[in-house]
Design a protein around this ligand. Structure first.
Ligand code: NAD
Length: 212
């Protein structure tokens, strides 16, 4: 049986997504030297209604003070611990093409604790080339290397026709999570979870909405 997200987290995904939004916003506030922030300000920065913000953050105990708001640093570290973005998550990129390169060079992954520790491709002409801070290796070595690199997250950016075979190698290597950027629906065995990521669908949505 393929496994889905619903098997894994205890906090529902929409809540996790809002927590990630708060976390990003709090990081920006921290960078700007803001000490406190209230739910109305969070609403205007995120679009999430202040009532929803207060409800979400009420689970963290009495951290918001009336008239003062939430302490930025404290709230950020509490949410960071819940999301587990305050610790390193060792990930590899499989598919060192356009998207794989873009992700490898994107510094924002570190904000959520993701550290790219390896990159893999099937194209021999790419072996040994630099991708971000790592060298591209042969995807055939993925099962063995995932273990030695102690990486449990695989970022999959191969062409869709190669996605399942690459996912099989990832599972063989003990991958716990696959962030699947390909349009291919993946089948994985127990103990591995797939999260499909697609921003390109949004172009279709915008195309439809902009049509007169
Ligand atoms: P690309 O052709 O530039 O790169 C693909 C890379 O994968 C190449 O380097 C190729 O050699 C390598 N590859 C091929 N077979 C492989 C295998 N079996 N194992 C390891 N590596 C292999 O493609 P791209 O433009 O970077 O797109 C990559 C994938 O991302 C595609 O599936 C595309 O549909 C998808 N994509 C998704 C989104 C999204 O929003 N989710 C956006 C853009 C692209």
């Amino acid at each position: 049986m393929p496994h889905s997200m619903s098997d894994a987290p205890k906090i529902p995904v929409p809540t996790l997504t809002r927590l990630a939004t708060y976390y990003t916003l709090l990081s920006d506030a921290q960078f700007e030297g803001v000490g406190h922030i209230n739910s109305t300000q969070i609403e205007s920065l995120s679009g999430i209604p202040a009532t929803q913000v207060r409800k979400d953050l009420s689970h963290f105990g009495e951290i918001g003070k009336p008239g003062v708001g939430y302490e930025v640093l404290k709230l950020k570290s509490l949410i960071g611990a819940i999301l587990k973005v305050d610790r390193p998550h060792r990930a590899v990129i499989v598919g060192a093409g356009r998207l794989g390169q873009a992700l490898a060079h994107y510094p924002g992954l570190r904000q959520y604790g993701f550290v790219i520790v390896g990159a893999f491709d099937s194209d021999a002409s790419k072996f040994g080339s630099v991708l971000g801070e790592v060298l591209v290796e042969d995807v055939a070595s993925l099962p063995k290397r995932l273990k030695s690199l102690r990486a449990q997250v695989v970022i999959l950016t191969v062409p869709s026709e190669a996605a399942q075979s690459a996912a099989d190698l990832a599972v063989k290597g003990g991958a716990r999570w696959i962030l699947n950027f390909t349009p291919q629906h993946l089948r994985v065995s127990e103990g591995c979870f797939v999260r499909d990521v697609s921003f390109t669908q949004q172009f279709a949505v915008v195309a439809y909405l902009t049509e007169d």
